[in-house]
Every structure is written in C-alpha cells, then in structure tokens.
Write a new protein. Sequence first.
Length: 250
Amino acid sequence: MKRAALQLGLFPEERTDGLSDFSVRESSRARRLSIKVYPRGRVEVVVPKRTGPRDVQAFVDEHRDWIRHTRASFAEQHPPEPFALPERVELRAVDACVRVCYRARPGAKSVRFRRHGETLVLTGRVSDEQRCVAALKRWLKQVAEEAFEPRLKALSALTGQAFERMQVRGQKTCWGSHSSSGTISINYCLLFLEPVLLRYLMIHELCHARHMNHSPRYWQLVERFEPDYRALDRRLSESWRQVPAWVGIH
C-alpha cells in the first residue's frame, strides 16, 4: 500500500532492532545509510531495504563521534527538559486548556482518565509515570478524534478532495499521511500547534487524494487552497518544539 506523508523527521515507518541508543528505519527511497539526530537527543538510522544489523552497527560505530558532537551541540541550544507529568495541558489547535489532577487508588493496576469541565482527572496507579503518560495519550487521541474529523470533512468539501476514513495516531516521525486506500492518518500532537498549522496539514494530506507524491502539480493544487503553503510547511517542520517533552516524540 502506497502512502504519502508530511513528516516530523524523514519517513513514517519505523522499526527497532534491539540495538541500543538508536532506532533503525528501513526506507524504500534510501540509497545509502544515513543518521538523523533530533534536538532532544533521539538518534535514528535510515537504511535501504534489507540492510543487515551488522552493517547498521558498523555505520553507527563509525559515526559515534559525530553523534556525540551533534547531541552536545543540540544540548547547548536546547537544554534538556527534565521529565515531569503535566499539571496543565494547553491544546492550541482546539483552543482548550485543562488542569490535570492525579488521584491514587490503592490496589489499582492501571490509570484511567475522565474529564470534568476544564479538569482532567487521572485515577488509579498514578505513582506509575509510564501508565500516566499512556492515559494522557489515550485522552489526546480521543480529543483529536472528536475535533479533527469535522474539520477534515469541512476541508474535504471545500477542496473537493475526498478521503475514505480518518485515523488518529501518535507517530514519532510524521505529522500525517494519506494511504492509497484513502485513509488519512493525523498525529494527535497537532493538538499542541496553532490552528492554522492543523488546517494546512489537513489540506496537505487531502491533496494527496489526487497526487500521491510531491510533484509540481501536487504543490500547485495545495497552493490553490493555501497560497502561503511554503511558509506554513517550514513552520510545521520546526513545530516539534511546541510538543511537550512528556509526550516523547523527540
């Protein structure tokens, strides 16, 4: 199944091979191995199809000094954020801000969420940070599903570009994608961005209904509905900074 994607990093598909300290992602477009270091320190190795683990490890070993230097350089520009569960979550894309409360329940093995007005209450084993983050992500997905679909349908009608279904995911490497089967996937992290960037992402993916590529004809179609697409595309590619560290995408 073909898929066109607007990316956070490089490509949407990612796999891990049990190799420490970095992730490995196969790409049908890659002609050689490459390394990408993200501003918060995550390291990703992009490899051609059927590249063996030994070749990947040798490539990483060869470039470890560069990786350390790049991480250190990023650390100077972007001091690492200590992990902390949020007490407040602002969702700019949908003009919402909620306070988060954590209520322990003795003997609980999971964490559940429930929203009461402007307060999100997490209940259960709230001493477990990973379970709390998982619950927060489930809530983000729910909010995105409810908020994104009517916006996407409205833009579909405006542009005349159809889609079969929408799904919300928490991709680490792309903001959205459009598969050849007509499914548009949208990253719930867009909730943290400005509404204009969410709108642009939706137009970007809807236009892939006609062109499953980034050809000149594709960009001409995007420009018809969003004349400022170049500036918005640049802003979107840099907007990972607006996603809180606890979400863990970089």
